[in-house]
Design a protein around this ligand. Structure first.
Ligand SMILES: [Zn+2]
Length: 318
């Protein structure tokens, strides 16, 4: 059911500057131009590539979280459009000289996934990243309503997590149970020829990319158990970006922030808002592809005993 907008203005607040994270800066207009330019000259990098914003886009805007869930009813309102972004593209470009290291990928698409929620999943964001154009071309995003928690506990939980990001209202307006999310996700996958229910099995020419193994090794199976569902077959393998990062750059980056810091990529949006974290992981992927990384499956479940996960890279972050 399409939800209308709340009369309460949708607020999303963003950190201005965190002294603990010296490479991250505020999201004021043009900040990416300044940061990218200054860091590329001041810091030695493993790559000569330079990530720049599209010149026509001068002001960063937060994503409309109704739009990301297919529920925005205000896209013809100029004021709303002026405030919120309705385009999933990363809007990064690279100079052509910076493309000389790019390798042919084995997979056409990467599904960038970064779940939120410790007790139960609260947010399921997936960005469809095209390996050829090296950009996000589509997305699937749902807020997820826990099924085994009392209403009061959910309210506290959401207030604590999303309240401080100013997106608790939209969470309450849109969250649906995990089983429904998965149902809708499968329709989304099928419509894009990424997977077909009749055929079962893995994704078609695509793989999930996560930051760590937690999302698909631990959390999704746990949530499936809570929801009384079988683990869907497309969650049987994935790419842990941290392992690819370690093997490619020969540097340890134990988390998304450290990968971004290592690559001098400024943080966009709100950390721990799943859709923004996914977008930041997609920025890391973009940069790694430009630098010449090959993104391959790093973990796979045994089809006969799915609880067993085989890790395919010798050197990995544990
Ligand atoms: Zn909107």
């Amino acid at each position: 059911m399409a939800m209308g907008f709340s009369s309460v203005p949708l607020l999303r607040r963003y950190p201005i500057y965190s002294p603990a994270l010296p490479y991250f800066f505020s999201l004021r207009p043009n900040r990416r131009v300044n940061i990218a330019a200054s860091l590329s000259t001041a810091e030695e990098s493993t790559s000569s590539s330079l990530i720049q914003p599209t010149p026509s886009r001068t002001r960063w805007k937060p994503m409309c979280l109704y739009f990301t869930q297919g529920k925005c009813t205000k896209m013809d309102d100029p004021m709303h459009n002026d405030t919120f972004n309705h385009n999933c593209s990363l809007e990064l470009m690279q100079n052509t000289a910076g493309l000389k290291n790019v390798r042919q990928q084995e997979l056409e698409y990467f599904l960038v996934l970064d779940l939120e929620g410790k007790v139960e999943i609260l947010e399921f964001p997936v960005l469809l990243f095209d390996a050829k154009t090296m950009d996000v071309v589509d997305l699937f995003h749902r807020f997820v309503r826990p099924i085994k928690m009392h209403e009061e506990r959910i309210n506290q939980y959401i207030e604590g997590k999303y309240g401080k990001l100013g997106v608790d209202r939209v969470w309450h307006d849109t969250a649906i149970p995990f089983a429904e999310v998965i149902e809708q996700f499968e329709v989304w996958l099928s419509e894009r020829q990424l997977w077909r229910n009749e055929l079962g099995g893995c994704l078609n020419n695509a793989a999930f990319v996560t930051c760590g193994n937690w999302d698909l090794k631990t959390k999704v199976p746990q949530q499936c158990t809570v929801a009384g569902m079988k683990l869907p077959p497309y969650f049987m393998e994935w790419i842990n970006l941290k392992d690819v990062f370690l093997n490619f750059y020969k540097r340890r980056a134990p988390g998304m922030l450290s990968m971004m810091r290592e690559l001098r990529i400024p943080l966009s949006g709100s950390h721990h808002l799943g859709i923004d974290d996914s977008s930041n992981i997609a920025r890391v992927i973009h940069r790694m592809l430009i630098d010449g990384a090959l993104l391959q499956i790093t973990a796979r479940r045994d089809p006969r005993s799915p609880e067993k996960v085989e890790f395919l890279f010798k050197n990995r972050i544990v």
